[in-house]
Ligand binder design. Structure first.
Ligand code: TRP
Length: 453
């Protein structure tokens, strides 16, 4: 009774499909459509994708189930979850690191979200047609380096996120995901149909699916691991926070598999959309973060009805990004609301303002603050590095250790099988992975990258 009352107050998702679409909405975002293709391009194509798939299914899915378990068991924000499940220990620091990572990632992620709005605006204004490929490159560079415009779009995007988050779990997060996710799937298929008929399709697909194993090295592996965690929204308690709103009858194993498969499919399909275009228009596949902002305009201007498709694509890219930003925002908002005992609106306001400040620095690093380098990285790339290559893998490693070694097996079983009412045949495999495989593999990859082994 007490816990039912409390849950009522915290809010929860209302339907199975809502749970899946909200979690998939968190996972599917710029990480799939913007970051995955350029990471693939920078890390040698198909070989990277293979390593990525290994990371997703061997490490990502088990860590996701662990986050689900922690979240639903504790029914609270990601830091309080550890205080509840491991009272009197230092495990709460893991939750604290997640909240901090969420803040940082949302800060730099919003910058790119802002870019999608600019591209939407430019497409609608009819400025994206009849240009040479180099012109799009130059446009992108000029826009991102300008001091004010990207900042305004970033603030607009954070405000959109803000207004969904303050509406709460069911009316804000769940409802928006139920509308936005199906639209995203639909438009992706239409775009695939177009790019597969481009002249560079064969070359693009070969690059994507024909691995050259000599390209695999430790940095490729770390990038794949970081990308897997980033794309699945793991390592900072994001899905843990969402799971705290799951109803008791949610089949978490099934949900985890569905979210992982959807997320991976969308990433690969984004590659199938982008690489044929890259090779058709002679763009360098390793050009980095600008990849989708420079290649896709080329695709659109050559498509019949490209004007409309471009607009639709950028609307949908923005929507995919929005379902992800609300999930990061929610992590920090839920934390502040519950720990500082302030209203949801106030908590959300603090998060939004904080992210605007971080985002401003990241955005300016493409122009005015471009000369500011820390460890050779500008502020945008530094934030990306610290959050997604340091904090997410470390977070994932400690989440595995926590669920594998600290929580007892019965608790794990109870949550993942809904008190033995569901089957989970691979439970033993799961436990083996989170006890041994995940901590050791993540630990080694991480130590290797920072140069200790
Ligand atoms: N997964 C999202 C994407 O692919 C981004 C994201 C949302 C995220 N929540 C997260 C990344 C938590 C890391 C951690 O775009």
């Amino acid at each position: 009774m007490m816990s039912a009352l409390k849950e009522e107050k915290r809010g929860s998702f209302g339907s199975k499909i809502g749970v899946v679409l909200a979690s998939a909405g968190s996972a599917i975002g710029l990480g799939n459509i913007w970051r995955f293709p350029y990471m693939t391009g920078q890390n040698g194509g198909a070989a990277f994708i293979l390593v990525y798939l290994g990371c997703v299914f061997l490490l990502g899915l088990p860590v996701m189930l662990s986050e689900f378990t922690i979240g639903r068991r504790a029914h609270s924000n990601t830091m309080r979850a550890y205080l509840k499940l491991a009272p009197g220990t230092k495990w709460y620091l893991l939750g604290g690191m997640g909240v901090l990572a969420g803040f940082l990632i949302l800060g730099y992620y919003s910058v790119v979200c802002g870019w999608t709005l600019e591209y939407l605006f430019q497409s609608a204004a009819g400025n994206m047609g009849g240009k040479e490929p180099e012109v799009f490159s130059a446009m992108f560079a000029t826009f991102t380096a300008s001091p004010l415009r990207p900042l305004i779009w970033m603030v607009v995007f954070l405000l959109l996120t803000h207004f969904i988050v303050v509406r709460g779990i069911k009316k804000g997060i769940e409802k928006s995901s139920m509308i936005m996710m199906p639209m995203l799937f639909l438009i992706m298929f239409v775009l695939i149909g177009r790019t597969l008929t481009l002249s560079g399709a064969h070359e693009g697909l070969t690059y994507l699916f024909n691995p050259d194993f000599s390209k695999i090295n430790s940095s490729v592996v770390l990038s794949a691991l970081g990308q897997a965690f980033f794309s699945l929204s793991l390592g900072m308690g994001c899905l843990c926070t969402y799971a705290s709103y799951f109803p008791d009858n949610t089949d978490m194993v099934k949900t985890g598999v569905q979210v992982t498969v959807l997320d991976t499919a969308v990433a690969i399909l984004a590659g199938v959309i982008i690489f044929p275009a890259v090779f058709t228009y002679g763009i360098n596949p390793s050009s980095g973060p600008e990849l989708v902002f420079v290649t896709l305009p080329n695709v659109f201007q050559n498509m019949v009805g490209g004007y409309i498709w471009a607009i639709l694509f950028y609307i949908l890219l923005a929507l995919a990004a929005l379902t992800s930003t609300i999930s990061m925002h929610e992590v920090v908002t839920a934390f502040l609301q519950e720990e500082k005992k302030i209203s949801r609106v106030k908590a959300a306001r603090v998060v939004t303002i904080g992210c605007i400040i971080i985002g401003t620095f990241c955005s300016l690093s493409f122009g005015l603050l471009g000369h500011v380098k820390v460890f050779g990285l500008d502020l945008f790339n530094l934030t990306d590095y610290v959050a997604s290559k340091v904090m997410l893998p470390l977070g994932g490693m400690f989440i595995s250790i926590f669920t594998g070694w600290f929580l007892d097996k019965n608790t794990l079983w109870e949550e993942l099988s809904n008190h033995s009412t569901l089957r989970f045949h691979l439970f033993k495999v799961y436990v083996f992975i989170i006890r041994y495989v995940a901590p050791i593999v993540i630990g080694c990859i991480f130590l290797k990258e920072i140069g200790i082994i």
